[in-house]
Design a binder for this molecule. Structure first.
Ligand SMILES: NC(=O)c1ccc[n+]([C@@H]2O[C@H](COP(=O)([O-])OP(=O)(O)OC[C@H]3O[C@@H](n4cnc5c(N)ncnc54)[C@H](OP(=O)(O)O)[C@@H]3O)[C@@H](O)[C@H]2O)c1
Length: 321
């Protein structure tokens, strides 16, 4: 089979398509013929070695959707021919999904509901799973609460906007001006340009004085900001940062409003299948649409990884082997 592989950590130029043996599933795994693999920032961290280095040769690709081609002896819930999606491979413990076939632990795999496309499902895992775990698992977002989603046009952001709307929360999001109409149609009540100088005032105005929940993917930019726009008892969930040491200077503000901060990784979820099943349900019931901005073949995986870190787009990029 064809698979994208790297033999040394580095830039996108280390990714090449190679012919390798098709893997076999272990007892608790399924073999998936990959139809689509979402492209995530985390794929680039495993490529460049900025996360713990992975053993090489290595195939990236955390997210996947496809058809079950074989099942391990200990798997009774899934069968050959099932349409499935999942996440959490391509991370050192498993080879990833930028390949014609990939193996995945069955506990990280759920079925794709019939009306949902494989391409959309293949891009859903990390983005929508993270939004689900952050907003529902950690923040306990409920109806009529104000929910601030920083960067609503991104992979996680555009899913979070829709998840917030799905539970009738009042979503305030930020994005570059070109995405405002699209985000309003995905369910945001208010869309603000993240570049405006009076952003804090605008968020406070849009949320009747403060947000109940904030989803923050750039903690180095917004850690203090989140405290400033928090309503009393606000739950801030942090998922990412560019500078790993953002510092926290808003202790007094946060304390005065009983603000709770939670930092998280999707892959700490005690039950990924529960998260993925929830995402699948929202996709099947048209509450969640994973927007696909661009598609790439295996030979273009390097360009896809460059684009996910450098380009501006709405939603997700996907590799289709
Ligand atoms: N902890 C976890 O489990 C977890 C899971 C998933 C992702 N993450 C992390 O979360 C981050 C986002 O991931 P993603 O997949 O959503 O990435 P993405 O698709 O590249 O989205 C990033 C978004 O940030 C926006 N942005 C750029 N500058 C901004 C600013 N100053 N203020 C607000 N938004 C800004 C971008 O908008 P423009 O297009 O306008 O530049 C883009 O929409 C990454 O750091 C990723 O590693 C963590």
């Amino acid at each position: 089979m064809d698979a994208v592989r790297l033999h040394t950590h580095g830039g996108t130029e280390v990714l090449d398509v190679e012919t390798v043996d098709r893997p076999s599933p272990d007892s608790d795994e399924v073999l998936v013929e990959v139809a689509a693999a979402g492209v995530n920032p985390v794929d680039t961290y495993f490529r460049d070695g900025s996360y713990a280095p992975v053993a090489v040769p290595f195939t990236p690709g955390v997210d996947f959707a496809g058809t079950v081609a074989a099942v391990g002896g200990g798997v009774d819930r899934l069968a050959v021919g099932d349409r499935v999606f999942g996440t959490g491979i391509g991370n050192g413990s498993h080879q990833g999904a930028y390949a014609e076939y990939a193996t995945a632990p069955a506990r990280q795999v759920v079925t794709v509901p019939e009306p949902v496309g494989m391409d959309e499902a293949g891009a859903a895992g990390v983005a929508a799973g993270t939004a689900w775990r952050a907003l529902f698992g950690h923040a306990g977002l409920g109806p009529a609460e104000y929910c601030l989603v920083h960067g609503g046009s991104g992979g996680v952001g555009h899913a979070a906007v829709q998840l917030g709307d799905a539970v009738s929360a009042r979503v305030v999001t930020t994005a570059a001006p070109g995405y405002h109409d699209a985000l309003a149609s995905l369910g945001a009540e208010t869309v603000l340009d993240y570049g405006r100088e009076d952003l804090e005032k605008a968020v406070l105005e849009a949320s009747d004085g403060g947000v109940d929940v904030a989803l923050d993917h750039r903690l180095d930019d917004y850690l203090q900001f989140d405290a400033a726009v928090a309503a009393e008892g606000c739950r801030v969930v942090g998922i990412g940062e560019n500078d790993p040491s953002p510092g926290f200077e808003a202790v007094g503000t946060a304390r005065s409003k009983d603000v709770r901060y939670q930092f998280m990784s999707l892959f700490n979820a005690p039950d990924l299948r529960e998260v993925l099943s929830g995402v699948a349900h929202l996709m099947a019931s048209d509450e969640l649409s994973v927007e696909l901005a661009r598609r790439y073949d295996l030979a273009e995986a390097g360009e896809a990884q460059r684009a996910v870190m450098e380009d501006s787009f709405l939603g997700k990029l996907v590799v289709e082997p």
